[in-house]
Structure formats: C-alpha cells, structure tokens
Design a protein. Structure first.
Length: 249
C-alpha cells in the first residue's frame, strides 16, 4: 500500500502538469494559426488583380491646393499648379483616358471602354459604366461628355441620355433620356450660368424641342421649384415626367 501510494502521487502530479501544459499550449497554437491566416489573407489581397485594371501611383507628397490634370498617353496625371511637380498617375490596364475633369479636389475620368471613374489621388473611389458606349465613343470620342453642374453634381452626356452623378461617391441622382427620334450632342453642349444647354437634334419637330436645359436637379422647366428656395418639401412638384430625381441626401 505504501508503494502504491508513493507511486500514484507523483504520477498524478505529472498528469496534472501535463494537463496544464496542454491547456496553455492550445491558446498559443490557435493564436499562431490566426496570425498565419491573417498574413495569408493580406498577401492574397495584395497579389489579386485590381478591379477594372486600376493602377494608381503616388509620385510626390501632396502640394498645396487642388492639382491640375492632364491626359498623357495611357494615363491621367495630376501635377502641382505652382511647381509643376507630378503628384499622382492613374492608369487602367488595356485602356486609355479620353478626357479628365477636376471636381472639388477629385479627378473624374472618361475611358475608352465607357467607364467613368472618380479618384482623389489616393484611392479610386467609384466606377460607373456607360451603356452602349463602345460604338459612339469610337466614332466621336469623349468631347463634351463630362460636364460639371452646381452642388457637386456631374452630368455625363451621351447620345441616348444625360445621367447625373454625385462627384463625391458616384451616386446616381437623375437620368434624362433623349426624345424618340432625337439624340443629344455632347460636343455642342454649353454652360449658361448654372444651367447646361444641350443640343438635341431631331428628325422632326420644332427647334425649341431640340435644345434642353439641365442643372443639378435635372431638366429645367417653367414653374419648377428649385431645391432650397424655402418652399415646404410637400409642395414641391416636378412638372416634367422625364426627370427622375433621387431624394437629396
């Protein structure tokens, strides 16, 4: 009995110590596995192809004020207005920019595949695709397609429709389709005050129907109540059924 008692006590102590060792090892193993998994996910994130073939490269530290823009070859470039030093370069694999427009510190670009993008020089913030763009962009180019409107709104003028986006995040605000038998001419659009006048040649009809005026709220029509004029929201009526306006945010 003495021998058994003397043998069993150390055995129990060793078994308890082993249990404590296993209990301490498990959390460390789990933590190591989680760290390895996080490293693998980070590596996979960096090696995966960028959406839409985006390649945004920072060239210098940001200067003072918004940069100037230019399209050069296959890229949109931003450079300091004072020193001329380049700030960043934005390109997309297999595509070239047709035009670029500064908008409140951001750069809006139109690409040859009909993609419109917004970037602040650090990230590409949004992408919007133009429907049926390949044919008319190839024939006419991007002249006049990107048109700034008040309150941070961008009008994208295409032959079939005018679409307005918020430059901060690419949110669609309204869409105005061309009349049947007519087509918008982006290159013939002009600004008049806060309004954008867009030519809409038609096969038939009065000449007054062949020009439309739009602003950040959509098509300008008689008796339209503009936003922020003090009229209660419930009394604002939009007279033109063609104008689809998203709720202001």
């Amino acid at each position: 009995m003495v021998v058994l008692t003397g043998y069993g006590a150390p055995f129990r102590r060793r078994r308890a110590a082993a249990g404590r060792d296993r209990t301490g090892t498990a959390p460390r193993t789990l933590a190591l596995a989680l760290v390895l998994m996080a490293l693998l996910l980070a590596a996979a994130h960096h090696i995966r192809p960028a959406p839409y073939g985006d390649r945004l490269t920072a060239l210098t530290i940001d200067g003072y004020g918004p940069p100037a823009l230019r399209t050069r070859g296959e890229a949109v470039e931003a450079y300091d207005r004072t020193s001329g030093e380049p700030r960043w370069r934005y390109a997309r694999d297999g595509h070239r920019p047709l035009s670029a427009l500064p908008a409140r510190g951001d750069a809006i670009a139109l690409w040859d595949d009909g993609l419109v993008t917004g970037t602040d020089g650090r990230t590409v913030r949004w992408h919007r695709a133009l429907p049926d763009a390949a044919d008319w962009l190839g024939a006419r180019g991007g002249t006049g397609v990107l048109r700034p409107l008040p309150r941070g709104i961008l009008a994208v003028v295409t032959p079939r429709r005018i679409a307005a986006y918020r430059t901060a995040d690419g949110d669609l605000r309204w869409v105005l389709p061309a009349r049947e038998g007519c087509a918008f001419r982006p290159e013939r659009a002009v600004h008049h005050g806060v309004a954008l006048l867009v030519a809409q040649p038609c096969a038939t009809g009065a000449w007054t129907a062949q020009v439309v005026a739009v602003d950040d709220l959509g098509r300008i029509v008689p008796h339209r109540a503009p936003l922020g004029n003090g009229v209660p929201r419930a009394k604002i009526e939009h007279q033109d059924a063609e104008k689809a306006l998203a709720s202001p945010r």
